[in-house]
Design a protein. Structure first.
Length: 279
């Protein structure tokens, strides 16, 4: 059985991060191993929340994993609460990555043109170091702009312009760049670029005029699981976009849906069937 270890936060209530990643990874028939970076009462869109940094705990857990000889087919990094955690994850990759390990970094830093609270302008520079160690990075358009030192806005007007920006992101070090939150022709979706093969593919859906929380975590978890299972770049992207879109639609259609996350649980049984529906 394939095994993914994912380094990101866990929220008690909020439908994001590890509470999304673990069921998605398991649904693909992959062993899911969490290494929490922080514990939150709720995610940060709530009016108040408590957060506990688990960096010291990580530093005690990692040597145990190494001493017991564990290996991983996939290393999946997402929300990191400090520059110190970034260095710890870089070291983790150095210690655990083999020729058979795929590394995905979701450089969670911001959205809607701004960095999240608690992150200063120096944070993206540190995140560039982690992206250099990744095989795949999955920024949204805001995070991509900060990685490219563009201050929150990523400019493109067509597919050629979009591919150029993704090529620049790959210049940071990763083999593959996946960009989320892409908007073109009144549609929204994601694009993937592989600098080794030159493959570029964009997959868009009709835009749903509503704000959703946790969709980036959901998308990255589906995408990485599909890639670990051996799906092509194109098909993995299609599966991830389609499943995230179905979760968003299910949320819109449910009048009792929570505001703080998408109803991915409702459509989770459809996840594996998507791999045969999409050609």
């Amino acid at each position: 059985m394939k095994r993914i270890i994912t380094l990101q936060d866990i929220t008690c209530v909020g439908k994001c991060a590890l509470t999304v990643a673990l069921p998605v990874i398991s649904s693909f028939g992959i062993e899911a191993c969490p290494l929490p970076t922080a514990l939150l009462s709720t995610h940060t869109a709530f009016k108040s929340f408590k957060i506990f940094d688990l960096h010291n705990n990580m530093q005690e857990i990692i040597p145990e994993l190494k001493n017991q000889g564990f290996s991983f087919d996939g290393i999946y990094s997402a929300y990191l609460g400090s520059k110190e955690q970034i260095q710890t994850v870089c070291d983790f990759i150095d210690d655990f990555k083999t020729d058979n390990t795929l590394v995905l970094v979701d450089p969670v830093m911001g959205d809607n043109g701004k960095l999240y609270s608690g992150f200063d302008i120096e944070f993206p520079k540190e995140m560039q170091k982690l992206c250099k160690k990744a095989d795949i990075i999955v920024p949204n358009v805001t995070e991509a702009s900060f990685l490219l030192n563009k201050g929150g806005k990523l400019f493109y007007s067509n597919l050629d312009g979009l591919m150029l920006q993704m090529q620049r992101l790959c210049d940071l070090g990763p083999k593959i760049c996946v960009l989320t939150g892409v908007e073109l022709n009144k549609k929204v979706g994601s694009a993937i670029y592989d600098k080794t093969t030159g493959e570029f593919y964009c997959y868009l859906k009709e835009k749903i005029d509503r704000t959703f929380h946790g969709t980036g975590d959901l998308f990255a978890s589906v995408l990485f699981s599909a890639l670990i299972k051996g799906f092509s770049n194109k098909k993995a992207l299609q599966i991830a976009v389609e499943f995230t879109y179905r979760a968003m639609k299910a949320t819109v259609e449910n009048k009792d849906a929570s505001w703080y996350g998408v109803d991915f649980e409702t459509v989770l049984p459809q996840l594996i069937s998507l791999s045969t529906e999409i050609t």
